[in-house]
Structures are given as C-alpha cells and as structure tokens.
Design a protein around this ligand. Structure first.
Ligand code: BG6
Length: 491
C-alpha cells in the first residue's frame, strides 16, 4: 500500500500555539506537498479559542507564509493542504467539551487517529482521560508527546503514568526532535554500514569524543519556561544524551525500534554517576552576561525581559561524561551546550588515538591524529581529518592535516533537507517508533541528570559567567586542558 493511500486524522491539541504554527503545520504542509498525506487525511486543530474551520485555515495560511519559503509554497499543494484542515474548540480539561471533536473524527474503526499533544505536559493526563471517556479512541489511535515531560524523574513518571492509564507504550511517541534530524539518523548508517568505522569504534582506537550543541539564540522571551528548566533540562537531559547514546551504543541486532532503544538504554545505564566531588572536575555550569554577537550588543541572562534577580539557572553546561563498559572504558565524552554562543553549531567530533610509534618530525607529533567531525547543523556533513605529505619539492616528509569532506546537500543534490518534524510526523503516520524515546530511556536519562542537579541545588554559588558571544566559561576549556585535550574549534 502506498503511503499516500493511508489516510489519518491528525489531531493537534494546542493548535494555536507556537510549536503548532511554527513547526507542525509547516511540516504537515511539506508532507502534503511531497505526497505523503493520504488523500482524505485531515488535520484537526484543537484549542480553547472560539475559532471555526475558516478562521483556523486563515491562521494556518498566515503561518505557512511566514515559515515556508515562498518557492516551496506551491499554490496547488497549499489548496490541497488547506482543504484538509478543520478546527474544533475544546476545553482540554472538561470531558463534555470533547463531543464536537468526537463528531468530527472519522468513524471508521481502523482509520489511524494521531493525537499530538502540543500543550504543557501537566495536562497530558486529562487529555488522555477525556479522549478515552468520550470515545475518541479507536483501535488504531496513538499519542505524540512533546518535551519537556516533567522536570525530574518523579514528575516525568507522574505524567507517563497518567498517559499509560489510557495508552499502551506501543501507542506512545515521545518526541525528541533531534532524532528527526537527517544527520542524526545518518549516525546509524555511518557507524553500522561502514566496516571501516565499525572496527575502530571503541576505546582501543578512540581517545575521546566531543558533542557540542551551541546556540546563538538566548532565551527568546521564554524566561518563564527557561528559568525553571535551565540548559541541563532543556538540552542535556534529552538532545545531548540522545546524541551520546547514538554515538556510543553497541550495534543493534536489527533496525527495529526496540532493538535500537534497548542499546540506547544500555548506554544510559552505564553512565558513571556524577558525585558531588566530581562537580568541580567533571562539570562546568555557566550563565551568559552581556556581550557582542556578530557585532551587535546583546543583554546578559539576568537583564533579559522578565528576569528574576534570585535566579540561579544555568544557560551553559559542559560535562565530562564517562561510560562504564568494555567499549568505552577510559574514553571521556565531553558534552557542551549553551545559549548565546558565537554560532549555531551541533557537531560530534571523534578523536582517534595516535599511532603507537611516531616516525616523523617530533615537532609535528601534535598533528598525528585523525578526527572524524560529524556536522549535524548547519552545513550538514562529515569530514575526516587525515594526514598527508605536504606536496612539493624541498618539503621533505612534512605532514599536513587536511579534511576529506562530504557535504550532504552537495553530495545528494538535495534542494532542501527536511525539517526534523517532517520526518517525525511521517514516522508517526507510518507507525514507526524507532525515532521516538521509550519510557525507560526517559527514566534513565532523568536519573543521571537528577543526581547532578541535586548537587547544584545545594550549591548557592551562581553559575560561572561567560560573555554572550563566547564559547562559555574558561573553566570549560580548562576541564579539557587538564586531560591534555581541547575543544575542536580551539585547535
Ligand atoms: C529545544 C529547546 O528543544 O531545542 C530550545 O527547548 C532550543 O531551547 C532548541 O533552542 C534547539 O533546537 P534546534 O533544532 O534549533 O537545534
């Protein structure tokens, strides 16, 4: 059966919100445009607002004009898409108000019903209960949960328990949008399809790994949310740990969702817990002060709109993580993420060990290393730093380190790399869970982060300052220097 023949009702709770209008509606449009939405699929926006289908359709049209490039907004696809859009006004916490939604849903028992919760996690339980109570769930229903689910293990368990009362784990798709990025998925191909890397991917050949997710943006008017979360909950607990899992996991037996997720869970379970003593040697916590970004002055975190002078929240985290297993014993995984960094950059750098005996000029010993740089964004691609003889007469056996580069958009002549949400929505429509986070992954990730954040909670010292537009506090560089290493961009 072709995908375009598989029709579904895609119901978005929180349809007027930023996520829905900025990401979900544009992604669904792109899927329609590429022929991935079944002919009689529908996108049913649900919110409290007293809108109707016409006015909601106008709102979606405006969002598409803002968030989709004009050359991609092909009129015929736009009309087809808008024909699929419907709207239902629902008070999420009142069961009676779901009747209109029930009447709008297609009555076929087999037709897929996808309920996307783009709302605060605190009401995931009520929505699940009310959908079930009002008979909106058929045999082919599933729910998509947005992060953040809770702010620690306990609160995340509460939300997951509430949803689990009504839905089986096989019906639950927990989003971590990093897993939908083309380049993140390519990690699986790179690692497990290439014999060259398969044999080298362990502590015998790799000295250390860096995972950097740097953002240029600050908190973008989200003080209320961000100050409660901080960079640890906002980025490390989910995106960075997922990248770490995909980089470090053992080969799954096959590509099924459970096999992949089983391997990721093993990595999370093997993470060395960070004790309070290790907080000074293995962790750096920072907060941006005012500075310059691309020649423009920007305010510090404490000067952002809505700032609370008592805040002790971090906007930067660097961690030296260690994985206690055979494959990775003794290999540090340096994780780093921050807001207001000099550039938007997500990249994984694998540093291979040098040759056991160096026969070239001693002064060039520092060059004698291969590095594999996996660029997740921007300019998605892979580059392998290799050593060559410098060309030309009179150069002797001088070495030069040069990259072998693969730029994805050039190599695959792609006009555009699909947004992570497009991929993830398509996987939900197709019923594939491998790009979604299983409950035990969430639990182990929280367990590791919680113990670290508990040490922070008993520490009254503010996070270390770093100027907006810099790569974070000096202590983050020193953490690596003590191990004889340095962040990739410092080399
Ligand atoms: C989100 C965080 O999950 O990821 C944001 O809540 C962050 O704070 C965003 O800016 C980064 O995503 P991307 O895809 O732009 O790297």
């Amino acid at each position: 059966m072709s995908i375009a023949n598989t029709s579904s009702d895609i119901v978005i709770f929180g349809a007027m919100g930023d996520l829905a209008q900025r990401k979900l509606i544009p992604s669904l449009f792109q899927l329609e445009s590429a022929g991935f939405l079944g002919q009689d699929s529908r996108i049913i926006g649900v919110a409290r607002h007293e809108e109707d289908t016409n006015s909601f359709s106008d709102i979606c049209k405006e969002s598409l004009a803002r968030f989709v490039k004009p050359e991609e907004l092909e009129p015929e696809a736009l009309n087809r898409f808008l024909d699929k859009v419907e709207y239902c006004s629902v008070n999420f916490t009142e069961a009676e108000s779901y009747q209109d939604l029930k009447a709008t849903l297609d009555t076929s028992a087999e037709r897929a019903r996808i309920f996307y919760y783009a709302t605060p996690a605190s009401i995931y339980g009520s929505i699940s209960k009310n959908l079930t109570k009002c008979g909106c769930i058929n045999t082919n229903s599933c729910v998509v949960l947005e992060k953040p689910i809770g702010h620690n293990l306990q609160s995340s368990n509460e939300v997951n328990d509430q949803v689990a009362e009504y839905f089986d784990e096989t019906q639950i798709y927990r989003i971590d949008h990093y897993l939908g990025k083309e380049t993140v998925q390519n990690l699986i191909a790179l690692r497990f399809a290439n014999p060259l890397f398969g044999s080298q991917w362990n502590q015998s050949h790799i000295s250390h790994v860096e995972i950097t997710v740097a953002e240029k943006v600050g908190i973008e008017g989200r003080w209320g949310y961000f100050d409660k979360a901080g960079q640890m909950r906002d980025m490390v607990q989910n995106h960075l740990l997922q990248l770490l899992c995909l980089t470090a996991m053992d080969p799954p037996d096959d590509l099924s969702a459970d096999m992949i997720r089983n391997e990721k869970v093993k990595v999370l379970k093997a993470l060395r817990p960070i004790t309070s003593e290790m907080c000074t040697t293995h962790v750096v916590r920072g907060r941006y002060t005012k500075g310059m970004l691309e020649g423009t002055p920007v305010p510090g975190y404490m000067e952002e709109e809505g700032a609370n002078p008592d805040s002790n929240t971090e906007t930067f985290v660097a961690i030296k993580a260690e994985i206690n297993n055979w494959r990775w014993a003794g290999v540090p995984f340096y994780l780093r993420t921050g807001k207001r960094m000099p550039e938007k950059l997500s990249q994984i750098t694998i540093h291979f060990k040098p040759q056991p005996h160096f026969i070239f000029d001693e002064n060039q010993r520092h060059l004698a290393q291969n590095k594999l740089i996996i660029r997740l964004q921007p300019e998605e691609g892979i580059s392998l730093q290799i050593l060559n003889k410098d060309q030309g007469l009179g150069k002797g056996m001088r070495l030069r380190s040069e990259p072998l580069k693969l730029n994805f958009s050039q190599a695959f002549e792609q006009k555009r790399i699909p947004d992570a949400y497009e991929r993830l929505l398509l996987e939900v429509i197709q019923g594939n869970q491998y790009l979604f986070v299983r409950r035990d992954e969430v639990e182990h990730a929280w367990t590791w982060c919680d113990q670290l954040m508990e040490h922070w909670a008993s520490d009254t010292k503010p996070p270390l300052p770093y100027a907006a537009g810099s790569w974070g506090p000096k202590a983050s560089d020193l953490m690596l220097i003590k191990d004889g290493n340095s962040w990739h961009e410092d080399q």
